[in-house]
Design a protein around this ligand. Structure first.
Ligand SMILES: [Zn+2]
Length: 322
């Protein structure tokens, strides 16, 4: 438990056996209602850490509401075990729609197959992917917030800032007087937020780059990210994140210069900042993220007119548009 400012705390919720290591859950306390921002997976270690943190702050869960930055299970998963009859879960419409329409594993796996994911590795995905293992249980009632809406807690007035990219509905909270941004997974410090695409629709990388520009126009002194350390003025980090994706796009162009490839093959040739010697020994869950990331970049290049997509023998293949 770390006190950041008066009535504003950070709790570290462990994410065992995951490269992210932990989730930052932020708590804003007030005599009326408390607010917990992001929660952790729906599993025991997360629940234990959350309980211990709330106890330390002497928080009554009955007087507590929740704000969830985006639908990923490390942020949303545990909320179903924390809500009481009186609590409100603040959330965004696009991610709520995504949950409501159902995230069907079969659809994702069919799309992965089209993109060259090998069958035997694909069969391991449901058992290894935290998104499927630790999701929230039951149906959640959300109070939907949109751009410009505000949340008043203690002497904080948080303004909602829509930042699509990491997910379709990702939302940050900005406190203009205190110059704080609760960033979720939009801006992280020593790791790069994943930008993945698992369907025919959308161009999440384009949206993400636009959302970075949007946030860089805000006056921010402290960034409270969803994982790892708290950051200062984010403009330098935003530039690094943009450069990172620019480099990735260039790398993919040079990989495709050697000939047509599917997204799995492209991902296997890209540079990943991960502690494994070669692509072959990546855990399946990491390959899954890598391929999703390759697809979002290929889609960006395709919409820019630099890359062409074709279907051959039940596989989507990409080549340079020369
Ligand atoms: Zn996330």
């Amino acid at each position: 438990m770390e006190r950041i400012l008066p009535n504003l705390y950070r709790m570290e919720i462990p994410l065992p056996k995951n490269p992210l290591k932990a989730l930052n859950s932020y708590v804003v306390t007030s005599p009326e209602r408390n607010l917990v921002i992001d929660t952790g997976w729906n599993q025991k270690e997360c629940m234990d850490a959350m309980r211990a943190g709330l106890k330390e702050l002497e928080i009554d869960i009955k007087n507590t509401d929740f704000f969830i930055t985006h639908l990923h299970t490390d942020h949303l998963g545990l909320v179903s075990n924390l809500v009481t009859e009186s609590s409100t879960i603040y959330f965004n419409q696009p991610d709520a729609d995504r949950i409501k329409s159902g995230i069907f594993l079969d659809d994702l796996m069919a799309f992965a197959r089209l993109n060259g994911f090998p069958e035997e590795e694909l069969q391991a995905v449901p058992h290894t992917h935290p998104g499927f293992k630790f999701r929230s249980k039951g149906q959640l009632d959300f109070h939907i917030l949109k751009e410009g809406d505000t949340l008043h807690i203690s002497d904080y007035v948080f303004r909602c800032v829509e930042t699509p990219g990491h997910t379709k509905g990702h939302m940050c909270l900005y406190e203009p007087t205190k110059k704080i941004l609760v960033a979720g997974d939009h801006i992280l410090g020593d790791i790069t937020p994943t930008i993945t695409l698992w369907s025919e629709e959308g161009n999440p990388l384009k949206e993400y780059l636009e959302s970075l520009d949007k946030v860089s126009r805000l006056d921010i002194e402290v960034v409270l990210p969803g994982h790892r350390d708290i950051l200062g003025n984010p403009r330098g980090r935003i530039q690094e994140l943009k450069d990172h994706h620019r480099k990735r796009l260039d790398e993919i162009v040079s990989i495709l210069a050697e000939g047509k490839k599917n997204a799995f093959q492209v991902a296997s040739r890209m540079t990943w900042d991960i502690l494994y010697d070669s692509w072959d020994v990546f855990p399946v869950s990491q390959k899954w993220f890598a391929v999703g990331e390759a697809i979002s970049h290929l889609k960006y290049l395709e919409e820019k007119g630099l890359v062409r997509r074709e279907m051959a023998q039940q596989k989507i293949r990409y080549s340079l548009n020369t």
